[in-house]
Design a protein around this ligand. Structure first.
Ligand code: FEO
Length: 169
């Protein structure tokens, strides 16, 4: 049985994952408005993956017969300046999410909830990839500076990202 403390932190994490989807969607709209359709695609695919992250926790809680308490989703930032600024915000946000996931790992251990501790491993691994993705794109953006041809090529690269439903394994 999941304790009240673990139940609360998992409910909060569902909210954070759905907020993440909102944030990435706001970023996608910014890129779309600037004609950077590859960047818009990349962030929109990420938004869909964030919904998957939220749903995987939702399904886990249902499986464990734990009360779901959906909360209000905050309004995300809607005003951005440049691609590099957006990806720096993504990295900052993903580091914050990583700390939330680590808090779940630590709390589930404190509560002797080994099933949740095991469940959250998937998210720990996922966060390594999410931080790496943002870091790699920041590196490329900084390397190219304001060169339009390079930005065009990166835009083409990010246009290739495809959405695949994230499954828990
Ligand atoms: Fe679901 Fe980007 O963390």
């Amino acid at each position: 049985m999941i304790s009240d403390k673990v139940k609360d932190i998992l409910n909060e994490q569902i909210n954070k994952e759905f907020y993440s989807a909102y944030l990435y969607l706001a970023m996608s709209a910014f890129f779309d408005d600037k004609g950077l359709y590859g960047f818009a695609n990349w962030t929109k695919v990420q938004a869909k993956e964030e919904v998957d992250h939220g749903m995987i926790i939702f399904d886990y809680m249902v499986d464990r017969d734990t009360k779901i308490q959906l909360k209000q989703i905050d309004v995300p930032e809607n005003d951005f300046k440049s691609p590099v600024q957006v990806f720096e915000k993504i990295l900052e946000h993903e580091r914050y999410v990583t700390s939330s996931i680590e808090a779940i790992a630590n709390l589930s251990l404190d509560e002797c909830d080994l099933a949740t501790r095991n469940f959250i491993n998937w998210y720990l691994k996922e966060q390594v990839e999410e931080e790496k993705n943002a870091t790699d794109i920041i590196t490329k953006l900084k390397l190219f500076g304001d060169e339009k041809a390079s930005l065009y090529l990166l835009n083409e690269e990010l246009a290739k990202r495809e959405y695949h439903k994230h499954e828990y394994d």
